[in-house]
Design a binder for this molecule. Sequence first.
Ligand SMILES: [Zn+2]
Length: 363
Amino acid sequence: MFFDDPQMLSLGLDEQEHKNYSHNKITYNKLMSKIQAKARQEAKLNYCYYCKKEVSSFCNSHSVPQFCLRRIAADGKVYYANTLIDLPFMRSEQGVNEAGTFQLICRACDSKIFQQYEDPTAYQAKPTGQMLAQIAMKDYLQMIYKRLHEEALYRLMGAELGAPTNYVDHNHEIISLDLSEYSSSFSRAQIGSLGKHNDWYYLCYYKKLNYTVPIAFQGGVVMVCDFEDDVINDIYNMSPDYHTKEIHIAVFPLEQESIIMLFIDARDKRYRKFYKQLNKLPLEEQLSAINYIIFSYSENVYISKSIDESILTNEHFVATCQKSSIATASHPFGNALNAAVAEFSLSKRNEIPNLLSEEFRLA
Ligand SMILES: [Zn+2]
């Protein structure tokens, strides 16, 4: 039983797949949860990724600070992005304690290495360089954890579901290139997070809104194109000398306010045109673009359960959440880059509800 599109793990199923799934629901659920659990187990390291000390148990680290999740939760629950991606075998809502967690560092490290940025009172002023480095550090940990998990998953797909060897090898090659880039980016953030290099990350967009938005997000995103559909990252360039670059995005809902910020590695010039275009737009348009970028490029976004059901079932919104550069990356033929630009074009930003706008405020 091999599915030749492993991206179904991060995307929605089509109608036929849905039918197949409904007919074999129990077998399918059992098999997938068995393989997922096994992959999680096999992906586990035996040392803390931060302090490198040997450990047998890891902290359940949150990708988004807990104070943000608590702020938007109802009865201790938040919607997870896959509510919209509609994967029937994954739960659509999660408790605050389990949403978007990763197990890569020890408890002692988790309790101290993110301290500055995970303190809601720190946002009375603009974030410091040290806070940005801490955010970047966590973004990379999250990305590394995801790749380690996928590495094990592909291995198991080969071993247990009969996926072809060249297919598994090809994916392992991509994963190992990503992992080596992420690990060097992590090391830079780790040094920056100690507070002595306040200019290593550049805050290219920052807004404090005077209302609480109903979503929480933090992550590194590899953008394909800017507002003029000019390419930022050529995601199909497989040359070892070419590196894709992330832009870090954070949306932190606070008690009565929200922080929206974008930042980059200060050495990186690739996003300059994009953030200049962004900063020139009226606020409402800025927010709608950031909202679109988050939902089209990432799965790691948490949504308040108080959001109206009609939004979660909005056709354009669901389709946007199902976009994935991984999916398009699996078809590297012909004008794949043009197709990706069309797919992620920011000109579509107003086609989906803008959850960052005041209209959807929680408070
Ligand atoms: Zn540690």
